[in-house]
Design a protein around this ligand. Sequence first.
Ligand code: NDP
Length: 286
Amino acid sequence: MINTSTCVYGVIGYPIEHSLSPVLHNWFMSNYKLNAVYVAFNVHPSELKNAIKGGSALGVIGLNVTIPHKEALLGLVDEKDRDVKLVGAINTLELNAGKIQAHVTDPYGFTESLGQRKYWFKNAEVLLLGAGGAAKSVVYALEKLDVKKIWIYNRSAQRLRAFLDFCHNALTVSKVQAIDRKQLNDIAFDCKIIINTTSAGMYPHTGESLLRSDVFHDAHFVYDLVYNPEKTKLLLDAEHKGATIQNGIDMLIFQGLESLRIWTKQPLRLEAPKLKKIRHILQSRL
Ligand code: NDP
């Protein structure tokens, strides 16, 4: 029951209507028996500073941050953890006695979502599709997973160049190499692991995929950060050729869980049956 001790958490974004975070976190609150609520705040970019100061003054304990505020907040916080400094993006704020601390839990969410499959990455060659914000977190995670090589394709060459600069200079990851459209399908065939971090294939553009359907085979592991639809065209094509596939729903769950651990300072665990349950709930809300 909500009372004067109830802790308030939330997510800020613009727009925010389609966020699954309130469903996810309120399920966590109930599952871990926390006296807390989690709400969505539609915060216009011009109100960002006021919103976090106001939240802090009201005693809001933690906020998740989504598009378009992940980078805009970098100049508005008091402290950034190491991962934020490296990745250059924020998805979690701790509002603590007037001090605003920033974290990013997407790299953790990606790695944790792999489960035992994370051992497939050591010394592997990986094809990464996309060079946006999510790709930064994934490259950072791939470096920690000790991959051998990361081939990167992006539709816009200019963004790809900026992304390579970021990998080399900010992340100090040198094993990345840019490829163009002509090389894409051959490299996709040769790489055992393919990760899509683009919005191609995401609802409502469900007919889109960056790869030809005949490049897949049964030695492939294909991961798509998109989770709406549950299986994108990329995943359906890969599955059809016998590849192992995974969508982004578990990444969403684990980045959220890590935010909640940061806010509560509790080592919250999510056992397999519970993971299955929340995955199902989220998928049914799409
Ligand atoms: P950004 O806007 O930062 O980057 C978008 C990327 O997608 C760019 O590389 C862009 O290429 C590319 N892209 C978009 N549309 C197309 C298209 N039709 N064809 C080819 N490339 C395209 O977004 P994010 O990196 O933050 O997010 C990307 C995706 O990842 C989203 O679908 C998002 O929902 C998902 N995501 C999932 C998470 C999870 O927890 N599962 C976490 C974070 C993100 P270009 O530079 O050419 O425009």
